[in-house]
Design a protein around this ligand. Structure first.
Ligand SMILES: *Cc1c(COP(=O)(O)O)cnc(C)c1O
Length: 374
């Protein structure tokens, strides 16, 4: 028996055979090496332009000696801090190894493989697609409107008595489109009884107006809604992996029963609590992002791009040239953007994360150079 013929290792579930690895593009080091560059500006993953909070770094250093311990199962202290920060009852909060883990738990807790379906817009955040497929749950999608706004009627029309979850991302990724929260509240009232509305608010902090856009303050009035938040973006903890879901205590309790007990590690737990305390860093993040977003909007428009209005920490634009070509030309100059040609089928659309003032200026200078050389 050769290794290739070993059924113990080659035979996996059909859903698994169809998978290809998540592609995050080249790493910073790979780009430096390939193009002979000293510095690379990464504006591809919506990470925090200020890096990690100094307070968080200090707390991580001071807990380095504790990493031989398991975290307290379920992270009750962290859940309490999150609940206090957002004005929620602690029983409503489920922490996860990134909000990706909470998405996974929700799908596995709610959707019966082969029977139930999940509904989302097309395009949507890749984790909804990937995790639904892995669970063997049908994913039904309806296209976004031409201008990337949401067609609620079409979304509701896809639901039936077997719809376990409807996913909505607001602000949306990659467009930055953010509907008024009243529209989401109305959607919650139109869904079948058994269906959970999951509102992914990964970028909500950057809107600067939770009353106008967030379902979190309204959670108690809408028992069929779950709100997802992450520490990866506005809190600058993408590499530590921390997110949470806010939902009715009964559903939260089911998720806590099925989740792996130590998925949020001890450093992420302490870093998360410190991040919530560092309001100086948080406010500075929002200020730098809002300023950078205005700058990029102006400059991209001046360079002949059509820019989509965004309330997030990234901007989608349509370039006056091929997106794949622009991506490549920027890489040569040490700037990484997210082209939207492959996953999204948008040949001229690109997504740029709002960086620091210097990073934004470096991107615009490189883009201008590329356009002028044509
Ligand atoms: C970045 C992002 C998240 C956050 O994922 P984490 O697992 O918390 O890092 C969630 N949803 C969307 C739409 C995102 O873009």
């Amino acid at each position: 028996m050769t290794a290739a013929r070993c059924r113990a290792t080659s035979q996996v579930r059909p859903e698994v055979m169809d998978f290809s690895p998540y592609s995050a593009g080249l790493s910073i080091d790979e780009i430096k090496e390939r193009y002979g560059l000293d510095t690379v500006v990464k504006l591809a993953s919506n990470e925090n332009p200020l890096g990690a909070s100094p307070l968080v770094q200090q707390v991580i250093r001071s807990h380095a000696g504790h990493v031989f311990r398991y975290a307290q199962s379920g992270n009750p202290r962290l859940a309490r801090s999150i609940a206090d920060f957002f004005g929620l009852p602690a029983e409503c909060v489920v922490t996860g190894n990134g909000s990706d883990e909470v998405i996974d738990l929700l799908i596995r807790a709610k959707a019966r493989p082969g029977l139930d379906n999940i509904v989302a817009f097309d395009p949507c955040f890749s984790m909804y697609t990937v995790l639904a497929r892995l669970c063997g749950v049908e994913l039904r999608q309806t296209p976004l409107n031409e201008n990337f706004s949401f067609n609620w009627d079409a979304l509701v029309a896809l639901t039936d008595e077997n719809t376990a979850i409807v996913f909505v991302t607001t602000p949306d990724n990659p467009s930055g489109y953010t509907p008024p929260v009243e529209e989401i509240a109305t959607l919650a009232g139109r869904l079948p009884e058994q269906c959970l509305l999951v509102v992914d608010e990964a970028y909500m902090d950057f809107t600067g107006d939770r009353d106008a856009y967030s379902m979190l303050p309204r959670l108690m009035q809408h028992p069929n809604v779950c709100v997802l938040r992450t520490f990866s973006k506005s809190m600058g903890l993408a590499g530590l992996r921390l997110g949470f879901g806010a939902m009715q205590p009964e559903l939260a309790d089911y998720l806590k029963r099925i989740r792996p007990p130590f998925s949020v590690n001890i450093l992420a737990e302490h870093a998360g609590m410190a991040a919530l305390e560092d309001t100086v860093f948080y406010n500075e993040t929002l200020r730098v992002t809002a300023e950078g977003r205005d700058y990029l909007n102006r400059e991209l428009t001046a360079l002949g791009c059509s820019v989509y209005p965004s309330r997030a920490n990234f901007i989608m634009f349509q370039a006056p040239m091929d997106g794949g070509e622009l991506h490549e030309q920027l890489l040569r100059r040490g700037i990484i953007l997210r082209p939207l040609n492959k996953g999204y089928g948008l040949p001229r659309h690109m997504r740029v994360s709002v960086g620091s003032k210097q990073e934004n200026a470096a991107f615009i200078a490189a883009f201008r150079e590329i356009l002028h050389a044509r």
